[in-house]
Ligand binder design. Structure first.
Ligand code: HEM
Length: 224
């Protein structure tokens, strides 16, 4: 890496660029993750469609491991940059308007970015313990995973925490999606409005999609 690029990436603009770019990649993961999980509705009792989906993922073998490592790196870098930027903003502006939404106005979603982010991280750790590390480091069998999703989602305590996670993802993306485009330097008056609308629609669809599992489980899977 040349000195110039290194310096830029460490600058405040560089950090924002990295946070925006990793954030958009994480949105890509969330869309794929939701679409994959929706397969559970194909055959709730037998689990055939979810099991087929999970097996396809597991069949990727080393590629899946590479994707998991990439995902950890994306989350890690995104959170690290967010912490640095938040600390710098606090130091520069100890009181008052610590968060604005890049358009000069702050909104509840933009002001709460660090808090929704930290809460998502906490719930993500719970989630990984539920589904990824239930049998240690090795990935669980697809059929076990299907049973586990139903069991966890129909438990009222876990169900409420998963609804909370879905809402937090929605609120985080309500500001985060369009802000990411500003941070990576896509900033045009006509495009900004478009990204804002796409961000709101995407935030609502992802929140509804993820919340659907615990809600449907509590309403319809209770006796399974
Ligand atoms: C209620 C909605 C959700 C359900 C039913 C669900 C289900 C699952 C399942 C079954 C797995 C294990 C996949 C496997 O090993 O084959 C998994 C992994 C994972 N989930 Fe979720 N998930 C949900 C929401 C979320 C959300 C909102 C996030 C992000 C904040 C997320 C992030 C992850 C990550 C990072 C993994 C690990 C992927 C891997 O290591 O392969 N999930 N999820």
């Amino acid at each position: 890496m040349s000195d110039g690029i290194g310096k830029f990436l460490l600058s405040s603009l560089g950090k924002k660029l990295i946070m925006g770019a990793t954030g958009l990649m994480l949105v890509g993961f969330l869309i794929a993750h939701l679409l994959g999980n929706l397969s559970i509705y194909g055959d709730v009792e037998g689990g055939s469609s979810f099991i087929a989906y999970a097996n396809k993922l597991h069949d990727l073998g080393p590629l899946l491991i590479a994707m998991e490592v990439g995902l950890v790196a994306l989350f890690g870098i995104h959170i690290w940059m967010a912490l640095k930027i938040t600390a710098e903003n606090r130091a520069a502006r100890p009181q008052g308007y610590a968060y604005n939404n890049n358009f000069g106005k702050s909104t509840p979603a933009s002001r709460s970015m660090p808090y929704t982010g930290i809460a998502i991280l906490g719930l993500l750790i719970m989630h990984l313990i539920h589904f990824r590390f239930m049998k240690g480091i090795a990935a669980p069998e697809a059929a076990e995973l299907h049973e586990r999703v139903i069991d966890v989602m129909k438990n009222p305590l876990w169900a409420s925490l998963y609804v909370l996670l879905a809402v937090l993802i929605g609120v985080h993306l309500m500001h985060g999606f369009r802000s990411a485009f500003q941070s990576i330097g896509v900033n045009h008056p006509r495009l900004n409005g478009l990204f804002k609308r796409i961000g709101v629609v995407l935030a609502i669809l992802l929140a509804l999609g993820f919340a659907s599992f615990p809600i449907v489980a509590i309403v319809a899977w209770r006796n399974m």
